[in-house]
Design a protein around this ligand. Structure first.
Ligand code: FCB
Length: 438
């Protein structure tokens, strides 16, 4: 069944469509002893925080093996590689040398560097509850742009401020491990402000082609009942629109602006600084219903009883080994929804992450997942959404945050004992797909 589906020819994407893969510094680099510590180093050192008790001290050791990673990218035939710079490494003596060499190697291999400036590994001395962190981030952006700006193809300010706020500061299951619930909202505001200040700083440093990587997914009400619909609407505001409305229409969803710190109106002008493109990380939709007054366990998270919603299972769908439902058509729905909501205010879109966790090297399920999602993306393009690129998460199996090394998202298998890389079936499949798109 899976094999039959994927033998249908993939429709052609528009000329110039950008195909890539994504990673992040903390998840692959290792060599933690060659940089300053981040909040993730502190968090993973605390017992019980990471499922398999692991840390990212070595991870894929990409710091020492980036030549292998670049060779894998070249063999795959991607146009672009999205990686992040570790802020603590950039702040360490000589830290930028590593990225300078990596960018050169990518350019020599014909792969365009797409740089994320922050992918959750905050230097330990900083805190997103503090407004000043936003200015410090703009300084960091400037330092990186001055060194790499002549060769970087695209800039991403932040990765998923929604997840970093929710998981790191509201629920405490990611670094820095705070369980502040709604008191975490300033963390969202300060990251959005940081984004806007960084856009300005990058442009002032002569860098262009700037976007963000925001996580989004359709929210489906558990039923048509007013209670379920209201709960789903709230969830959608909190996890989707809280992070897209300020950027694209310069305001917070109703009721949220009052909860944010500082001169919110003035900050929104900075936050809404026009961007060149909007990045979306998409994995799955969420089914949401009215709260039932008890703590629930969902997708590895324990959601407190006081939340004004619950998250329910999406039935009759295959799930990845992370338990995430596989719903490709929700990607078409998501993009059509963005186009409808933001109209001409929506700049060109890039899918900056999409992928799935499965075990094994003969990963036919991953092929089916990617095939379905790329077709769903094509339907959105046909329907008139201006999508300019697609990045698979991830190049190689890596440190999956609180899940440690138990989840494998890679097109390439990593043996975490020997650090040997082995391309999976999905790697060959994507390589062939990209060849057919040229
Ligand atoms: C996203 C993160 C990325 C990775 C994938 C599976 O939320 O941006 O680092 O963990 O999920």
């Amino acid at each position: 069944m899976i094999r039959r589906m994927v033998t249908n020819p993939m429709p052609q994407f528009p000329a110039g469509f950008l195909w890539g893969v994504s990673t992040s510094a903390h998840q692959i680099e290792g060599a933690a002893d060659t940089r300053e510590p981040s909040v993730w180093d502190v968090f993973t050192a605390e017992p019980g925080r990471v499922k398999d008790g692991s840390t990212a001290a070595v991870a894929c050791d990409s710091y020492h093996r980036s030549h292998e990673d670049v060779a894998l990218l070249a063999g795959l035939g991607v146009d672009a590689y999205r990686f992040s710079v570790s802020w603590p490494r950039v702040a360490s003596p000589g830290g930028l040398d590593f990225y300078d060499r990596l960018v050169d190697a990518l350019c020599a291999a014909g792969v365009r560097p797409v740089v994320t400036l922050f992918h959750w590994d905050l230097p330990v001395a900083l805190d997103w509850l503090e407004r000043d962190t936003a200015s410090r981030f703009a300084d960091h952006a400037c330092v990186v742009a001055e060194r790499l700006g002549d060769r970087v193809a695209k800039w991403i300010t932040l990765n998923e401020p929604a997840e970093h706020t929710l998981l790191g500061h509201a629920l405490g299951v990611h670094a820095p491990g705070r369980r502040l619930m709604f008191d975490a909202l300033p963390v969202a505001h300060h990251q959005l402000l940081a984004h806007g200040l960084a856009v300005r700083a990058l442009r002032a440093a002569g860098a262009g082609d700037i976007g963000i990587a925001n996580s989004h997914g359709p929210t489906w009400a558990a039923s048509e009942s007013p209670e379920d619909r209201e709960a789903a609407e709230f969830y959608d505001l909190l996890l989707n629109r809280l992070f897209s409305d300020p950027l694209l229409i310069g305001r917070y969803p109703e009721g949220f602006g009052e909860l944010m710190p500082g001169d919110v109106e003035a900050d929104l002008k900075v936050i809404a600084e026009p961007i060149d493109w909007y990045g979306i990380n998409y994995y799955a939709p969420t089914r949401v219903g009215a709260p039932h007054g008890a703590e629930i366990e969902f997708g590895g998270l324990s959601l407190p009883a006081e939340l004004p919603f619950t998250v329910r299972e999406i039935e009759d769908r295959p799930v990845t080994d992370f338990g995430w439902p596989v719903v490709p058509e929700a990607l078409t729905e998501l993009l059509a929804g963005f186009r409808e909501r933001y109209g001409d205010r929506l700049p060109p879109v890039l899918i900056t992450e999409n992928g799935c966790s499965y075990q094994g090297v003969d990963d036919q399920e991953r092929i089916a997942y990617l095939d379905g999602h790329i077709r769903a993306l094509h339907r959105a393009v046909e329907a008139g959404v201006d999508v300019r690129g697609y990045f698979v998460w991830s190049l190689l199996d890596n440190f999956e945050w609180a899940e440690g090394y138990t989840r494998r998202f890679g097109l390439v298998h990593t043996d975490f004992e020997t650090l040997e890389r082995t391309p999976k079936a999905s790697y060959a499949w994507l390589r062939d797909l990209l060849r057919a798109q040229r």
